[in-house]
Design a protein around this ligand. Structure first.
Ligand SMILES: [Zn+2]
Length: 395
């Protein structure tokens, strides 16, 4: 079993460790039926602190979870119910993040009060016992007054995530201030039961609706008191779903999570050793060192700045981004090739500059680009979200 790369070592909050006195050390985990405790603890400790800061910060975390999921290659995905403990970064994605997201969706569907009373019931009934997902599901179903097995099964027993889109969008005017917006909400197979938040921008301002869907095509009619201009699904990332392309600009993690990434270190044996050590610290799977590139695979390129320039020109890839044009000793950026393969470039002006990245860089997987002076990040940023999302705009 490979040990978790330093890159993904979670810096858990104190609150997270404290909450394990309830989830894990108070109610014990039935490892045979899956570890629910990490996701629940992540949601109730780490995430809820962010929510206390602001809605925007919490939304940012949900997007990061979805972004991480988008970076996970399908062949490394597993059903969350099979998660027992974190062995590598991929397992954090379906064992912590996706499970935390499950609790988020549950809380939104059931409301704050039912959500809390279900957790209190679970605690009351299972304290100092070994409990699994079935006991959790029972506590939630009891408090909700309905069977939640479809909900739990669809999120725990499947890999993948729903992919949502709009189709057949049309508007018609009934009378002066009465409009009907009709559309289909489509989703990929296998379909999920979801409550999709839809925001409609009208000539008199935005209108929000929560639309229950199941099956691959759900016809919807929305009555409005003004003319609709555009509509967007789940703009605040409340659903665990596949992001559409504009919502998932490249980050280092796309390349580092892939099990296929080729590592190429340019020039010189000293650089070679440092480069490979850095790659090992960053990658979530074993190192595949190449001297030439296979175009259909992600790659991590490490080298002296001037050689990196030449390499990029030869391979018809864009040079160092303008965002990084500051005095610095090393620059790092994530992109995708025109064919859609993710890659990461690490350019350094000396062997020492490269060596200085070994400790800090593995912690920046969610970033799109960075510049370092020694081991200090002087610039760190993310490529902007394009304003697309799941969007329809009337012509
Ligand atoms: Zn934990």
């Amino acid at each position: 079993m490979k040990k978790a790369s330093t890159y993904f070592r979670t810096r858990h909050s104190l609150g997270h460790e404290v909450l394990h006195n309830w989830w894990g050390n108070g109610v014990y985990i039935d490892y045979e039926s899956g570890n629910w405790a990490e996701g629940l603890t992540t949601y109730q400790a780490d995430y809820s602190f962010l929510e206390q800061q602001s809605n925007d910060v919490a939304k940012g975390r949900r997007l990061e979870w979805l972004r991480d999921y988008a970076a996970l290659p399908p062949e490394r995905d597993r059903p969350s119910r099979t998660f027992t403990s974190k062995t590598h970064a991929a397992s954090q994605v379906f064992g912590y993040n996706k499970v935390a997201f499950l609790f988020h969706m549950l809380r939104r569907q059931l409301g704050e009060q039912v959500f809390e009373s279900a957790l209190r019931r679970f605690w009351r009934e299972q304290r100092f016992r070994i409990a699994g997902w079935n006991e959790l599901e029972r506590a939630f179903s009891e408090e909700a007054g309905r069977n939640l097995s479809v909900f739990f099964d669809q999120w725990l027993d499947r890999t993948g995530a729903p992919e949502i889109s709009f189709a057949k969008v049309a508007k018609s005017r009934q009378e002066k201030d009465a409009w009907i917006l009709s559309l289909e909400i489509k989703q990929s197979e296998p379909s999920y039961q979801l409550q999709v938040p839809v925001q409609v921008l009208t000539t008199k301002g935005p209108v929000e609706r929560l639309i229950p869907i199941k099956g691959t095509h759900t016809p919807v009619e929305i009555q409005l008191s003004a003319e609709p201009i555009e509509l967007v699904a789940d703009p605040d990332f409340h659903l665990f779903r596949r992001l559409v392309s504009g919502e998932a600009p490249p980050t280092l993690r796309d390349t580092l999570l892939s099990g296929q990434t080729q590592t190429l270190v340019l020039e010189g044996s000293t650089f070679q050793q440092q480069g490979l050590a850095l790659a090992r610290a960053m990658l979530d799977s074993s190192l595949q060192s190449n001297s030439t590139l296979e175009p259909e695979k992600p790659f991590l390129l490490i080298g002296p700045s001037s050689e990196v320039d030449t390499f990029l020109r030869t391979h018809k890839l864009p040079g160092m981004p303008e965002e990084l044009a500051v005095p610095s000793s090393a620059q790092v950026w994530a992109r995708r090739t025109p064919q859609g393969q993710p890659y990461v470039i690490i350019a350094a002006n000396s062997q020492a500059s490269l060596e200085a990245l070994l400790r800090p860089l593995p912690h920046y997987g969610r970033r799109g680009y960075m510049a370092f002076q020694g081991s200090k990040a002087v610039i760190k940023g993310n490529w902007p979200l394009s304003k697309s999302g799941i969007l329809y705009r009337f012509p």
